[in-house]
Design a protein around this ligand. Structure first.
Ligand code: LLP
Length: 390
């Protein structure tokens, strides 16, 4: 994104997402460089982070599998070229049609989150006479250092099956003729930057495996979920997350059994830094106490600040270096006060018509956009598209 050179180009329709596919490719290379040295490591991209077709095609072409949480995601993943066998399907509330679709497309495995869901999968698999490969999402009761909305592995969270019930549930699955027990699934949260959180997960996985061994059970697949965070404060200093530290934590931490395969479900770490939201300044309003920069993007395009209190670094592309710096509240046009991107943010003197970039918006940006206030969904451009336009 450092190389985006735009000066008030009127050819570009704002607000819009800009994707740097070269950075995406470098990120994918870094993932492959660190993971493919382990023959038993399988990285699935979490489609929910960014489902733009051009982005998905690049990720599929790099050889990653897909982590889906809906029938719609399974459909876009297949369309983008992810092999069905490399698709894992999670979610606490899978609808019957989604289970049917996953069985008919012969996806790699379901990550099942309750006994009730297992029973429905068994019924549908029996009616279709198709085998269902089933892993269980275990709630490891590990608290992770992140925002409360995106921690998922504590006992009070809605996800997964309690550790104490695991053996009973696996035996139930093994008694179902068309169900194959394929392994265990975990996910402790998102935007995790401390490797200790993943280390704590490894300890839980090892404890569980010890229980399974005592019971004479074998889990062929261990899926440790996603969650690796990115640097929102300094995207240009750290455009690619430290995949080496991440994979090393699991290499050191997991006590694997003979033949066990390890699966990862990375979303944000793959796509966040390659995306920015481009927006135009509509007004600079001088309030009694504050200066407001009012932009044409709102939480309809990027909900993370309103929803999680997230701060995306902001860059003014239209002002040459050396101009005086002021502090502004950067806000959108939606009629809700939570439609605020940043408070007291230092920017060079900003004027109507300037173009601003919200950085690190490639993950959970476009996919979480909405049409609230009857606003159109944002356009998307790659950095190549935009250089040609501008
Ligand atoms: N696997 C499972 C089961 C998940 O629930 C998630 C994310 C992932 C993998 C991918 O996690 P990642 O590697 O991206 O951290 N909208 C929020 C993030 C929600 C994450 C939900 N689950 C945000 O904008 O921060």
């Amino acid at each position: 994104m450092e190389k985006v050179q735009l000066r008030n180009s009127s050819a570009v329709k704002t607000p819009c997402y800009l994707y740097d596919l070269e950075l995406l490719d470098s990120t994918l290379q870094a993932i492959n460089a660190e993971s493919t040295s382990h023959a038993n490591y399988h990285v699935h991209y979490a489609i929910k982070a960014n489902a733009n077709p051009r982005v998905l095609q690049r990720i599929a072409a790099a050889g990653l599998g897909a982590d889906c949480v809906s029938g719609g995601e399974i459909e876009v993943a297949l369309k983008a070229g992810f092999p069905a066998k490399e698709i894992v399907f999670a979610g606490v509330g899978k609808a019957d049609w989604e289970i049917r679709l996953a069985l008919e497309k012969e996806i790699g495995m379901f990550n099942v989150e309750s006994v009730e869901e297992l029973q429905v999968i068994n019924e549908i698999a029996t009616s279709l006479n198709i085998r269902a490969r089933v892993s269980f999402r275990i709630n490891p009761d590990v608290g992770a250092h992140t925002h409360a909305h995106i921690t998922t592995g504590r006992a009070e969270d809605k996800f997964g099956i309690d550790m104490e019930d695991m053996v009973k549930v696996i035996r139930m699955a093994e008694s179902m003729p068309l169900v194959d027990f394929t392994g265990l699934h975990f996910h402790i949260g998102s935007q995790l930057l401390e490797m200790d959180d993943f280390q704590a997960l490894c300890v839980r996985v090892n404890e569980l495996q010890a229980v399974l061994v005592r019971e004479g059970l074998f889990a062929p697949n261990i899926n440790v979920g996603g969650g690796l965070g990115i640097d929102y404060d300094a995207p240009d200093a750290h455009p690619i997350p430290d995949f080496q530290a991440y994979f090393d934590t699991f290499r050191r931490g997991l006590q694997l059994r003979e033949g066990q395969q390890v699966h990862f479900e990375l979303g944000r770490a793959v796509v966040a830094q390659m995306g920015s939201l481009l927006t135009r300044v509509l007004y600079v309003k001088h309030g009694k106490q504050k200066r407001f920069v009012i932009v044409d993007a709102g939480f309809t395009e990027l909900i993370r600040p309103a929803f999680y209190g997230a701060l995306h670094a902001i860059q003014n592309l239209s002002v040459p270096a050396g101009k005086p710096i002021y502090t502004y509240d950067v806000v959108g046009p939606i009629c809700e006060s939570s439609d605020t991107f940043a408070r007291d943010y230092a920017l060079p003197e900003t004027r109507r018509g300037d173009l601003l970039l919200f950085r690190s918006a490639g993950a959970y940006g476009e996919t979480m956009s909405s049409q609230y206030n009857c606003r159109p969904l944002p356009a998307t451009y790659t950095t190549d598209d935009i250089q040609n336009l501008a």
